[in-house]
Design a protein around this ligand. Structure first.
Ligand SMILES: CC(C)(COP(=O)(O)OP(=O)(O)OC[C@H]1O[C@@H](n2cnc3c(N)ncnc32)[C@H](O)[C@@H]1OP(=O)(O)O)[C@@H](O)C(=O)NCCC(=O)NCCS
Length: 228
């Protein structure tokens, strides 16, 4: 049997050289993608902004951003390349953002998400974000409301314990397994190959991806959204 390659994901600071790949992921992830100049401005002129990418070798497979505003962090954008989803890349990016926010003195982290974006909401809930309000008709393409989600205090016992547990679980995950096409093997296919009865999880993922393909949008504070 031919051994399949396994890969490690590295989280790194985003640079302008990454913007072409970031743009591809934007376009496949969001109905109203940010144009490249918006990212360039964020990287070059916004001192509050911090953007990171997840790399596999020299390929960008996901990215995320946060604004650090005195004692508050606001996640502005977050996406993983379609073919690399459900492999823990999103978790690695979120862990890095939350660690950065805490290290820079943020007390909590907030974000906006579409109520219909179940994959993203589940990810955020897993990391301790809870709904605290709604911004009516926030998304300009279809006037969907935005759900505002916030963490508990980042330096509080509950959040620290939760993050330590999640970080340990991510560290224990097996490396991502690549198929003959060089892309990750989908979790459902992996489960099927291993003869596991993973049908319920597979269905849940497909259902959620369908909704997310129809309705996701980038997370952004309203003043960033206006500029794009
Ligand atoms: C949301 C998104 C970033 C998640 O990235 P990802 O790399 O697939 O996420 P992970 O593999 O790290 O999953 C972590 C957790 O997220 C949740 N999750 C992710 N995708 C899910 C899905 N399709 N269905 C249900 N839960 C899902 C689960 O809680 C999962 O934990 P589990 O593996 O223990 O079940 C990705 O789906 C994406 O890029 N979506 C399009 C852009 C977008 O909507 N961005 C957010 C804007 S608010």
């Amino acid at each position: 049997m031919v051994a399949r390659p396994h890969v490690a994901i590295v989280v790194d600071r985003m640079s302008v050289d990454d913007l072409a790949a970031v743009q591809e992921i934007e376009r496949e992830s969001f109905t109203t993608p940010w144009p490249p100049h918006a990212y360039r401005a964020e990287l070059e002129t916004n001192r509050m902004a911090h953007y990171i990418v997840a790399r596999h070798g020299d390929r960008i497979v996901g990215f995320a951003g946060v604004w650090l505003m005195v004692d508050e962090a606001h996640i502005t954008t977050f996406a993983v390349r379609k073919t690399w989803r459900r492999q823990g890349v999103g978790e690695r990016l979120l862990i890095a953002l939350l660690a950065l926010a805490e290290a820079r003195g943020a007390r909590e982290t907030t974000l906006e998400v579409r109520p219909s974006n179940h994959p993203a909401r589940r990810l955020y809930e897993k990391y301790g974000f809870a709904p605290v309000g709604v911004r009516p008709r926030y998304y300009s393409d279809d006037n969907e409301d935005a759900l505002i989600m916030t963490t508990d205090r980042l330096d509080g016992r509950q959040m620290r314990d939760r993050l330590a547990g999640l970080r340990a679980a991510v560290a224990k995950r097996p490396d991502i397994e690549l198929g003959a096409d060089g892309l990750p093997i989908e979790p459902a296919a992996r489960a099927g190959r291993a003869g596991e009865a993973g049908a319920a999880g597979g269905e849940e993922a497909q259902e959620a991806e369908g909704r997310h393909a129809a309705a996701p949008d980038v997370l952004r504070p309203s003043n960033v959204r206006r500029s794009s």
